[in-house]
Design a protein around this ligand. Structure first.
Ligand code: AMP
Ligand code: ZN
Length: 128
């Protein structure tokens, strides 16, 4: 789609690709190495991609992790997609965030992606 930034491939810093999916660096990374993986076909959200695209994306996520492990040696990852405006999606070309995590990058990492809705502690998990 011509007015979609993720369809303008020459403007993306691509690090890996396969037949159906592309991986590139996020232009405003939340951690060193933050990447996005997208289907090459323009679809708006996670649920609009087909099984072959999901499979290609999943394979590419593995490849990206190997590149990041080699280059940056992160201690962990958050991997996920925002689906819809209410969930925080701002670019409506489906993408998976791959966010490398480093020990000490936040004071208390417990809960990870649960914290997209803050201040909902889980007593069983959070008690020490
Ligand atoms: P979301 O809020 O899940 O839709 O995420 C959109 C992501 O796209 C954000 O992390 C942005 O930093 C990233 N982004 C926006 N424009 C570009 C671009 N031209 N190249 C790479 N990443 C981008
Ligand atoms: Zn697009």
């Amino acid at each position: 789609m011509s007015d979609c930034i993720f369809c303008q491939r020459d403007r993306l810093e691509i690090i890996a690709e396969n037949e159906l999916a592309l991986a590139f660096k996020d232009s405003c990374p939340v951690s060193e190495g933050h990447c996005l993986v997208i289907p090459k076909r323009h679809v708006a959200t996670y649920f609009d991609a087909g099984p072959e695209e999901h499979s290609a994306i999943s394979i590419l996520i593995g490849e990206v992790s190997r590149i990041l492990n080699r280059d940056l040696s992160p201690d962990g990852y958050n991997i996920g997609a925002n689906v819809g405006e209410a969930a925080g999606q701002t670019v409506f070309h489906f993408h998976i965030h791959i966010i490398p995590r480093y020990r000490g990058d936040v004071a208390d990492p417990r809960g990870g992606v649960r914290k997209v809705i803050p201040n909902r502690s889980c007593p069983l998990r959070d008690s020490k």
